[in-house]
Ligand binder design. Structure first.
Ligand code: PLP
Length: 452
C-alpha cells in the first residue's frame, strides 16, 4: 500500500463508524478505499479496477460515469440548487418529475410524495397508511403484516417492520406487537419435501388468511412486501402469489404497500416488480434507481383513492403534517429526470428482460457445478445458492461463512458481488456490455473455483 492509502485507511478507521459493518473487525481489516468509477467498474486508491456486478447497493443502473446525470446536477446547481416543498412551494423540475413518475407507476391516478432514501419512503408509506385509515374513520387499523427475511431499511420503524434480526439486535427497539410476521417465500429453502410450487403458494396464502382471521381484518392497516426480497436473499415469489395476495388484502380493506426500492425502474423486466408479479398495490416505495444512486432521493407513489382520503384529512386538520426539508429537492429531481429519460431511451424494462435471459443462460451453465444448489433470475437480478451437497440439498454450516469467502474471493478476482449468508446476489448495471458481461461470468466462475 502507498503511504497515502495507508494514511486514508488510518483516518477511516479512526473517525468513521461504518454502516452494516463489524466496527471492531474493521479496525484491522481496513476499508476497500474507492476513489473512482468508470462505466461498470469502480477503482480503489491503488488503481485496481473492480467490475461492480451489484450496481453498488442495487442502484447504479447507469454505471459510475454517466455524463448526462452529472450534467443535469451541474446545470440545476447553477439554476436553483435547493428549495423545499413545504407550504405550497414547488419547483419546475419536481413538478415535471411527478408527472413522469405518475405515468409509469402501476397505480390509478397516482400522486408522488418525495423523501431522501428508501428507509424514509418505508416510514412515510406506513405513516400514510395509518393516516388513510384515520381519514376513513378506522383508527383501529394499525397492525402491519410483514414477512420474515424482509428488508425495509434502517429507520426505527423500517428495522421493526423488517424481518432481519441483525437489524434489531442490540438496539432495544420499541415493541414489535404492531407487526404481524408471516413466512418469507422461499421454495428452495422452505418448501416441504416434494411440495410443488403451486402447493407451496397455497400454503403461504393460507397462512396469511389465517393471520388475518386471527387478528381481525379491522385491526390491520396494511401488508408491506418487496416484489423480490433483496437483502434477505433475492427471494422470488412462487407463481400467482402476489395476485392472490392482492385480491385477499383488497377483500379485507387492507392496503398493499410494495417496497420497490430495489425492483423499481426496470430491474425485473417491467417498470416495477409489482407488474412482473401481478401485484396490485395501493402505494409504492422507491429510491435507488430513481436517481441511479447519483444523488439521494426516494419517493412514495400513492393511488388516487389513497391520495383523496389523505387530502380530505389534511383539509380537516389544516395541514398534512409530514415531509422533509429536502422533499422534492430540485437538484435530486433534475438527476431523477435525467435518469428516467435514459431509462426510456434504452427501453429499460425490455432491456433487462433480454439481459435477464443472458444471465439465466450463463448462471445455469455455472450451476452445473456441485456447489450451486439453485440460481434464481428475474429480469436483471439474480441469487445464487451455494450448497454443501446439491443432491440432498444440504446447506453449509453457517460458521463456515462460505458466502463471505466467496465474496472475498470474487473481490480478489476483481469482481464485486454481495453475499447474504450463502446466497450470492448479482444485480448488474443495465449498461454492461457483452464483453463486460462475459468478464463478470468468468470472474464468478473463478471465485467459485477458489471457494471450494
Ligand atoms: N427497502 C429495500 C427493499 C432496500 O433494499 C433498502 C436498501 O437497501 C431499503 C428499503 C432502504 O433504503 P435506504 O438504504 O436508501 O434507506
Amino acid at each position: 500500500m502507498t503511504n497515502y492509502a495507508t494514511h486514508l485507511n488510518a483516518l477511516d478507521a479512526r473517525y468513521h463508524l461504518h454502516s452494516q459493518t463489524n466496527a471492531v473487525a474493521h479496525q484491522s481489516r481496513g476499508a476497500l478505499m474507492l476513489t473512482g468509477g468508470r462505466g461498470v467498474f469502480v477503482s480503489d486508491i491503488q488503481g485496481r479496477d473492480y467490475l461492480e456486478s451489484m450496481s453498488g447497493l442495487w442502484y447504479a443502473n447507469l454505471g459510475f460515469s454517466n455524463q448526462r446525470l452529472t450534467e443535469a446536477a451541474h446545470a440545476q446547481l447553477q439554476k436553483l440548487p435547493a428549495y423545499h416543498t413545504f407550504n405550497h412551494r414547488s419547483n419546475d423540475v419536481c413538478a415535471q418529475l411527478s408527472e413522469q413518475l405518475a405515468q409509469i407507476v402501476p397505480l390509478d391516478d397516482a400522486r408522488i410524495f418525495y423523501v431522501n432514501s428508501g428507509s424514509e419512503a418505508i416510514d412515510s408509506m406506513v405513516k400514510m397508511a395509518w393516516y388513510y385509515h384515520m381519514a376513513k374513520g378506522q383508527p383501529n387499523r394499525r397492525k402491519i403484516i410483514s414477512r420474515e427475511g424482509a428488508f425495509h431499511g434502517s429507520t426505527i420503524f423500517g428495522a421493526v417492520v423488517g424481518g432481519l434480526s441483525h437489524m434489531k439486535d442490540g438496539f432495544n427497539l420499541p415493541a414489535t406487537d404492531g407487526v404481524v410476521r408471516v413466512s418469507r417465500p422461499s421454495h428452495f429453502r422452505e418448501a416441504e419435501k416434494g411440495e410443488t410450487e403451486a402447493a407451496y403458494c397455497d400454503r403461504l396464502i393460507a397462512e396469511i388468511e389465517d393471520v388475518i382471521a386471527a387478528h381481525g381484518a379491522e385491526s390491520i392497516a396494511a401488508m408491506i412486501a418487496e416484489p423480490i426480497i433483496g437483502a434477505g436473499g433475492v427471494l422470488t415469489p412462487p407463481k400467482g402469489y402476489f395476485s392472490r395476495l392482492s385480491a385477499l388484502l383488497q377483500s379485507h380493506g387492507i392496503l398493499l404497500l410494495m417496497d420497490e426500492v430495489i425492483c423499481g425502474f426496470g430491474r425485473t423486466g417491467n417498470w416495477f416488480g409489482s407488474q412482473t408479479f401481478g401485484a396490485q398495490p395501493d402505494m409504492i416505495a422507491m429510491a435507488k434507481g430513481l436517481t441511479a444512486g447519483y444523488i439521494p432521493m426516494g419517493a412514495v407513489a400513492l393511488s388516487g383513492a389513497v391520495y383523496d382520503a389523505i387530502a380530505a384529512q389534511s383539509d380537516q386538520l389544516g395541514v398534512f403534517g409530514h415531509g422533509f426539508t429536502y422533499s422534492g429537492h430540485p437538484t435530486a429531481s433534475a438527476v431523477a429526470l435525467a435518469a428516467l429519460e435514459q431509462y426510456h431511451e434504452m427501453k429499460a424494462p425490455a432491456l433487462t428482460a433480454r439481459r435477464g435471459q443472458d444471465l439465466t443462460r450463463a448462471l445455469e451453465a455455472l450451476a452445473t457445478d456441485d456447489m450451486i444448489g439453485e440460481v434464481r433470475v428475474e429480469g436483471f437480478i439474480a441469487g445464487i445458492e451455494l450448497v454443501a451437497d446439491k443432491a440432498s440439498r444440504t446447506f453449509f454450516a453457517p460458521e463456515l461463512a462460505v458466502g463471505r469467502r466467496f465474496e472475498n474471493n470474487a473481490l480478489r478476482e476483481g469482481l464485486i458481488v454481495r453475499n447474504m449468508g450463502d446466497t450470492i446476489a448479482i444485480c448488474p448495471p443495465y449498461i454492461i456490455s457483452d464483453d463486460e458481461f462475459d468478464l463478470m461470468i468468468t470472474r464468478l466462475r473463478a471465485a467459485l473455483m477458489t471457494t471450494r
